[in-house]
Design a binder for this molecule. Sequence first.
Ligand code: DGJ
Length: 565
Amino acid sequence: MPLNDLPHIARTATAGQLIVNGRPFLVRGAELQNSSFSSVQHMAGLWQKMVDMSVNTVLGSVSWEMVEPREGHFDFSVIDQVIRDARSYNLKLILLWFGTWKNGISTYVPRWVKMSPKRFPRVVVQTRDGRAEVTETISCVHGATVDADAAAFRSFVRHLNEVDGEQNTVVMVQVQNEVGVLGDSRDRSDAANEVYQSNVPSDLVRFLREDWHTLHPDLKSKLEDRHTLVEGYNWPQTFGQSIYTDEMFMAYHYARYVEKVAQAGQSEHSLPMFANFWLNYGEDSMAKAYPTLAGGGDLPGDYPAGGAVSSVLDIWMKFAPSLSFISPDTYLNDYHRVCSTYRHRKQPLFIPEQRRDEYGARRIWAAVGEYRAIGSCPFALDTLEVDDCAYTKHYALMASVEDLVMAAQRETNSIAGFFFDEPDHKEASSHPDPVFEMAGYELTVERAFTTGAQGAGYGLIIHRETNSDGTAKFLLVGAGFQVKFRSLATGTCFTGILDFEEKTRDQETGEFATHRRLNGDETRSGHQAIMPNEDPDDGGFPINICIPAVTKMAECIVYGLSAEG
Ligand code: DGJ
């Protein structure tokens, strides 16, 4: 298939979009539990559920142990059927290569790898009581594993091209899963120690010195000064003896390992490839409320040391260039901070894993609208029922406007996205109420007015057109928010709402039709365009001026008056 028809990432003025069959594609994804794709029978009961949740892309694992049970002998029969079945439901797939590592550990390698520690050497860590302990994590620093993993991945991707190169059911591939050393800040095996005491590779030193001004602040904070970055010294001499030097050591070697595997796959079929990472707590005090379990952790080794957290993200971006982007698994951390961090160097944002509850679901609007995300996918939807799944309604609403969303994403300033947690939520985001400047107006977005307790909210605002008389039309999508407009035109003495119409949209033609004209109470007498909650709390106030959300779509036309008239 010609290269430009294959799924690929098209750079835009602001980020990048996934292009599938020649058209921008917004991933309404669902990552399944770890081993769901290992059984065609298990999946048979899930495909329709995904469709009913308005999911358009399913993320699932393909493991090294499953495809190469004996060295050099491959069995793709299960994944072939999974691809055929997904295709029959008109679903796309993002396949997760569980190769050498999964959540930092090597449990998905084939038994012939597990049983040959000399050929496929393991990480040795130092336990809290000072003992050297052999782990179930294969080393990225030395040994033959990278060649064996790359060969297996090459065979897998070659086969993918053979069975799916025309239909493009598979639109992206994740290479490994949350790599990094758990239990220590680096690999302390003899061979790894030798490398650690050897000169830091010149390409790393040069990169850090020459790209100093573009490095993420969290990396620069770990480096004394760019002028101390000189070639010809070992890791402790170059960066100082610290767990963060250990972390950089591991990040460099993991990145080069993953690059080699990704390159092997790319040589067979140039699908967009990425890697995903377990995040540290960072400065997220809220995250620290959780135990370090499948996420979080303060120090390298509490979280997988060497994984692409913010302090080593640049090293990954530089030394794993075959990856289209680096992705955060976002469960515990401040969502805005994570999205902003993983837009570093304007890379496209794709979140393969996030919370599957309403708290997570409402965040997709900020990811897609504010951070131009390709997608932000909940983990473990397969173990929810459709009606119990918060994403069902969010994905259905997103689907109804996603053509407009993606067109606006390609503009520099035509879309805004946001969410509001319940004011009393114990993990309520501390992000300030958003104020956007768009099309010559300032838009202040807040939780929707109610006479009782304010609720959560979420949504998008898209600038649709500006008329010659200076009036501007905005599309509002979502619930639980309100927008106050202020014209930025010089000399404006008043800004008001000309029209505010609740809309429905014909999904065939894309045409909007007016469901209701809103005014009076629904705009607080012209002050704000209110997109109410589905069940606003009236707090028992005897005058019921709050309406419930119906279509969660509206068009608002605003105008400004000049003092000169
Ligand atoms: C992150 C991993 O990438 C997933 O495979 C899964 O183990 C989740 N953690 C579980 O929280």
